[in-house]
Write a protein that binds this ligand. Structure first.
Ligand SMILES: [Zn+2]
Length: 637
């Protein structure tokens, strides 16, 4: 059960007074605002709030558990007697205060879903609590890969994924994006693995432990307060390659060269981002290429972006994903959605910013193509949501009693970006850029809500009646797509659309300049084709463009979606190979959905592949596909 709790006024007054010296111009405490309530956390931050987390954990690969302790520093209102933390499946062994004296604690009823259960500690005046615990073997945030599931095949691999509300499965803290915490960690792991985290890495090579030569200890420190979903860890057979003065890449040794050349423009991207919206504030920017089962394209863990190996295309054609994760160093990590209802504040801003970085580094034509493709993705998401009237096409959502993942659609990403682009076109780029830069400065290291953004824009961006002309409240709080939405159109994609039309008319490829197309044009071509095509047309495409064997994951995916829609038998082996070679949800989930919509042709095939592939997927991916295929029902039977 979820709770929206309004704390007693006394507690609010206490914390507000603590957080700033002045009384008269006191900003409203965000936790006391309506949109500042996080329905996906049990925490009551107006009463007691975690400010620092200190982890001391051993990664037990055999038991697949993190075992050790978390010591939490708290900011407590005068009359608060307890602190409420988030937990899911944690085995709590002991809770003590700063002096080591036992404290009373209780785990409440588990919600039965991702929200988990409240862990309530009676404080007895304590301002620090130390929780000794172990994560459950199936903790949703952690994936423990066997050596066979890695590229190298020799060592196991561990990685975490905290967003949205998964970190409560391995860290007992207040797992709410609005409750920023500094943190440090000491992690003990097998000596043949390297441990990395989203923090300052104090011991890059680890430290030997007396009497335990088979283990190494690593220490990490994050002195900038972050949303707790951004605490991330990975451990495996990792090589490192320097890319620039403040950047580098970690990957399994077999992938390190490919990764280093794919990401060689990273310093240029950081420079471009800084030119646009101000200083990069996190010190280093490193990338970690994960094994193929990583469920996301990328995850913007501070100082250490996690990326899928499916963007290693060999020609840098998919590096906009890196621009995206880098942009999150401002939008998302510096200024963070206070609750998952405002996920669009993280993603819409980031897609907009990503496109500006791509324009600065790779030119306007490529940025236009990406924006235009994004528009098509947005329209697709609006359709999926049920059309323009559907409540889920709003930017600000009400996700209470729902999984926050429900809001992770291209509405948040692309409609959010289109909204900002529409504002940019109205006020002009110069004014928009100056405002956005100042917005990041004003709100740095703070949570933000839609209401807070709108207030900031009204105070610092708009002149006269601009806000009302754009109708900003409608953009944020109403479904659909306002008529003033700015659609950036790419002339090159228009040509591709015509080529697709011509092919659809007669099955001839004379007008299709496939070999000269960029990846974005190839994708557009495949998307622009009618969903129903004769079999010999599909055979022509496959023969001439080698689509069943395409190495570029985006092109392969676009082709397979088309092939499945047409029950094209020669693509079946390619579908199976692709789905068993990576676990990126963006590809895996739609492919299984498409297969399951093809009755006898697709469903048994999908179930057979899934049975094989499921153990290699992350819980984020299986959570989605289980539902599509009704898998849980079968497992329980
Ligand atoms: Zn993002």
């Amino acid at each position: 059960m979820l709770r929206r709790l309004f704390a007693p006024l006394a507690a609010f007054a206490f914390i507000a007074a603590c957080s700033s010296g002045t009384e008269s111009s006191e900003p409203e405490n965000i936790y006391a605002t309506e949109e500042g309530q996080d329905s996906h956390s049990y925490a009551r931050p107006l009463e007691a709030r975690v400010t620092h987390v200190s982890l001391d954990l051993t990664a037990d690969f055999e038991a697949q558990r993190m075992v050790g302790s978390a010591t939490l520093d708290l900011e407590i209102a005068d009359d608060a007697e307890e602190v409420v933390l988030d937990s899911k499946g944690l085995e709590i062994r002991e809770v003590v205060n700063g002096e080591g004296e036992a404290l009373q604690w209780e785990i409440g009823e588990d919600s039965g879903d991702a929200h988990g259960a409240p862990l309530t500690v009676t404080l007895d005046g304590a301002e620090q609590v130390k929780i000794t615990y172990a994560s459950a073997p199936g903790a949703a945030a952690l994936q423990w890969l066997s050596p066979e599931q890695t590229a190298g095949g020799n060592q196991p691999f561990l990685f975490s994924q905290g967003q949205a509300i998964l970190n409560r499965t391995w860290i007992p803290t207040q797992d709410s994006p609005g409750i920023r915490q500094t943190w440090d960690a000491r992690i003990v792991a097998p000596a043949d693995l390297r441990v990395v985290m989203s923090a300052d890495m104090l011991t890059p090579d680890g430290e030997t432990l007396e009497d335990e030569p088979e283990l190494l200890a690593y220490r990490f420190e994050m002195n900038q307060a972050v949303a707790p979903y951004l605490i991330a860890i990975a451990a495996g057979d990792l090589a490192f390659q320097e890319l620039g003065p403040r950047s580098g890449v970690y990957a399994e040794p077999s992938m390190i060269d490919a990764a280093a050349s794919e990401f060689e423009d990273i310093e240029a991207m950081i420079d471009a981002a800084e030119d646009l919206y101000g200083e990069y504030r996190w010190g280093r920017y490193d990338l970690l290429v994960l094994p193929p089962s990583f469920p996301f394209g990328g995850m913007e863990n501070p100082r250490l972006t996690f990326v899928t190996p499916t963007i290693l295309s060999g020609d840098k054609s998919l590096v906009s994903l890196v621009a995206h994760e880098l942009a999150h160093s401002w939008s998302g990590n510096l200024v963070t959605n206070a609750s998952w209802d405002d996920f669009w504040l993280n993603e819409g801003f980031t897609v907009y910013f990503e496109n500006r970085i791509m324009e600065a580094v790779y030119g306007e034509a490529r940025a236009q193509m990406l924006a235009d493709l994004g528009w098509a993705d947005m329209m697709g998401s609006i359709d999926d949501a049920g059309g323009l009237e559907a409540a889920d096409t709003q930017l600000h959502l009400d996700l209470a009693n729902r999984d926050p993942d429900d809001g992770m659609t291209d509405i948040a990403y692309e409609k959010g970006a289109v909204f900002l682009r529409t504002i940019e076109h109205t006020v002009g780029r110069e004014r928009f850029d100056a405002w956005l830069r100042s917005y990041f400065d004003r709100n740095a290291f703070q949570p933000q809500t839609s209401a807070g953004l709108i207030a900031d824009m009204r105070a610092n961006l708009f002149e006269g009646s601009e806000a009302d002309e754009i109708d900003i409240e409608r953009w944020v709080y109403e479904p659909g797509l306002p008529e003033n939405a700015v659609h950036v159109e790419s002339p090159r994609l228009r040509l591709v659309d015509r080529a697709a039309q011509s092919f659809a008319g007669g099955g001839q490829t004379a007008n299709v300049a496939w070999d000269r197309y960029t990846t974005q044009e190839k994708l557009r071509f495949l998307h622009a084709l009618p969903r129903e095509l004769p079999e010999d047309y599909l055979a022509t495409l496959d023969d001439e463009f080698g689509l069943n064997e395409a190495n570029n994951s985006e092109i392969r995916f676009a082709w397979l979606m088309l092939a499945i829609a047409n029950r094209y038998d020669p693509a079946r082996a390619s579908v199976e190979e692709f789905l068993t070679s990576m676990g990126r949800r963006k590809f895996v989930a739609p492919l299984f959905t498409a297969l399951s919509e093809q009755g006898d042709w697709g469903t048994p095939f999908a179930r057979r592949i899934y049975e094989r592939a499921r153990p290699t997927y992350h819980s984020v991916t299986t959570g989605t596909v289980d539902e599509t295929l009704g898998w849980e029902i079968e497992e329980d039977a």
